[in-house]
Design a protein around this ligand. Structure first.
Ligand SMILES: [Zn+2]
Length: 360
């Protein structure tokens, strides 16, 4: 993997990732003003959950026509976010970030009675998976998917070194039904100044399990799932030598798959070469199964769970992939029970979802 770090016209960083050494010296000549942001992180006094308030994002680009896509390479008279005429994988700082280190510094932190407010420091990056506007991640070759994995890993390592970052979250939203505002295949990386609510909840459970059993909860869950392989009611969808994908016991979404490396590691930077080499085949297989679930490719969210900093050795790197679609023409909406109470109601048995995904 070869990495070239450059700057966009407004000072944001743009990083090219190439499989072979490449000259990446095209200059961004667009007349861009520096983007301003003033995010706040407020803490819910009842749950302890952090909520980011980023009111400056309302003016961001919303569903541009394909010939004005800002993530396509810049050519034929069009200048997008990537000035090169072509690229393999490109990562740049989001122009409309929910979190932004430098410009959030002028937000003064305070605490008063039940309320706590902190500046929304951190960083938001966009990852262009391919220059091909009409493709999706599932269309990538294994070599292209490996380059994306290498880019995620590089960004995790670098963003972890920032003093204002507690957790690096790499994810992809795919499909307009999920709220994606740009059709070009891309993901995002949020370098957050706090531990996300789901990770904080998991860490509390993992600590309690360690206290009660002396074992790691992720290890026990992976072992329990792998032990069912081959049984008709198994929740395992597919497995390789270094990864296993399974529908979780208490799946919240109609089709939800968790992908674990067999050797527990805290984050992407600690994966060994054997696991890295096998990942593209397993992940592409999973995504293609999701594409075959319904007549049209399913919208999905793909979320990497990584240990926060300072090092939380007990949290296991894994990926959670799920779709909000439950039938060809029905979406799972987060309505009264889920949005109102955080109580999920799933219409599909996890064991049935696993069998469906296995047989696709
Ligand atoms: Zn595009």
């Amino acid at each position: 993997m070869h990495k070239t770090v450059t700057k966009l016209a407004d000072g944001r960083e743009l990083i090219y990732f190439d499989t072979e050494p490449a000259v990446r010296d095209v200059v961004d000549t667009r007349p861009l003003d520096p983007a301003a942001s003033a995010s706040e992180v407020r803490v819910d006094p009842f749950t302890g959950d952090a909520v980011t308030i980023a009111a400056h994002r309302q003016g961001r680009i919303y569903h541009p026509p394909a010939d004005q896509c800002p993530l396509c390479p810049s050519r034929d008279g069009r200048a997008g976010e990537v000035p090169a005429r072509d690229y393999q994988v490109a990562v740049f700082e989001n122009r409309f970030p929910s979190l932004a280190g430098s410009s959030a510094q002028h937000v003064t932190p305070w605490s008063d009675g039940p309320y706590t407010l902190a500046p929304g420091t951190g960083r938001c990056e966009v990852v262009c998976f391919t220059p091909d506007h009409g493709a999706s991640f599932a269309d990538l070759t294994e070599q292209q998917a490996r380059l994306v994995l290498d880019a995620w890993t590089d960004r995790t390592a670098e963003l972890h070194t920032r003093p204002d970052v507690r957790q690096v979250y790499c994810f992809e939203n795919r499909g307009a039904d999920i709220g994606v505002t740009l059709g070009h295949p891309h993901g995002q990386i949020y370098a957050l100044p706090y531990v996300t609510p789901r990770t904080a909840q998991a860490l509390a459970k993992v600590a309690a399990h360690r206290e009660a059993t002396g074992r790691n909860l992720y290890d026990d869950v992976l072992a329990a799932e792998r032990a069912t392989t081959g049984r008709p009611d198994s929740r395992v969808v597919l497995a390789g030598e270094h990864w296993t994908a399974f529908v979780p016991f208490a799946a919240r979404w109609p089709y939800e798959v968790h992908l674990y490396p067999h050797r527990r590691v805290a984050d992407l930077t600690a994966l060994d070469e054997a696991a890295r080499a096998e990942f593209p085949r397993i992940y592409l297989d999973l995504l293609r199964r999701f594409d075959r679930l319904f007549p049209a490719p399913a919208p999905y969210i793909s979320a990497w769970h990584q240990a926060p900093r300072p090092a939380e050795a007990e949290l296991a790197l894994h990926l959670e992939l799920f779709t909000i679609r439950r039938t060809a023409d029905k979406l799972k909406y987060l309505a009264g029970t889920e949005s109102g109470m955080g109580a999920f109601m799933n219409d599909i048995r996890p064991e049935t979802a696993a069998r469906t995904l296995r047989e696709l």
